[in-house]
Design a binder for this molecule. Sequence first.
Ligand SMILES: CC(C)(COP(=O)(O)OP(=O)(O)OC[C@H]1O[C@@H](n2cnc3c(N)ncnc32)[C@H](O)[C@@H]1OP(=O)(O)O)[C@@H](O)C(=O)NCCC(=O)NCCS
Length: 197
Amino acid sequence: MHHEPLSLPRRVRFVELNAKALRALADGDLAGGSAEAGVALDEHFVCDRARWIFGYRADQLAEDPSAAPWITRAAVSEPDGAVVGDAGFHGPPDEAGMVEVGYTVVPGYRRQGYARAMLRALLVRAAAEPGVRTVRARIGSDNTASLATIAGFGFTRVGEQGNERDGLAIVFEVPADAIRAERRTASADVAGDPVGP
Ligand SMILES: CC(C)(COP(=O)(O)OP(=O)(O)OC[C@H]1O[C@@H](n2cnc3c(N)ncnc32)[C@H](O)[C@@H]1OP(=O)(O)O)[C@@H](O)C(=O)NCCC(=O)NCCS
């Protein structure tokens, strides 16, 4: 029987969005942001919400250059090279060794496994850093797609946060050691798909 290649796990690589790229995107300059990033970014990178977030990240970087290796990157699908979204951490590990993930998939690429691929890559990145102890995901209680995305990666619910403006968010965490242990098991079983579903 023939199996559709779509059922194969997706693979992504990350491309840095430096301070100039972030500032260009915040200004709505897609061509400038793409030129700085070295990849053709999608229109979704200059939608209102994205512009606000990239502006926030540009300010964060100006204040704390050590955040550069952690914050939002463009996610490029491998091997075809399409920019399918952005993903990263909210910043470097805090004093407790916690990093928080964030991700968005470009609307035209949703429901094809890219969020899972991006999350898998973020977890691998976090686990590779000895100072990281915990990876956190904060997800709106009505964000079905994001709640489904983290399923199977070992996250457990540790609390909730909310206010009237933003609604209820559920806080999930996974210990970095659990990710490291899973990666060791997966590399012993060469055919295994490391980290999560
Ligand atoms: C959440 C988001 C990143 C998911 O991206 P995606 O690439 O479509 O997700 P995937 O294809 O990897 O799917 C992951 C899981 O979510 C499920 N899913 C995706 N979209 C869904 C939807 N709209 N409704 C229900 N389930 C959904 C998939 O079926 C899959 O679960 P399954 O394997 O059990 O079937 C995307 O919808 C998005 O960018 N939303 C806006 C930004 C956002 O909410 N970011 C997260 C903030 S916490």
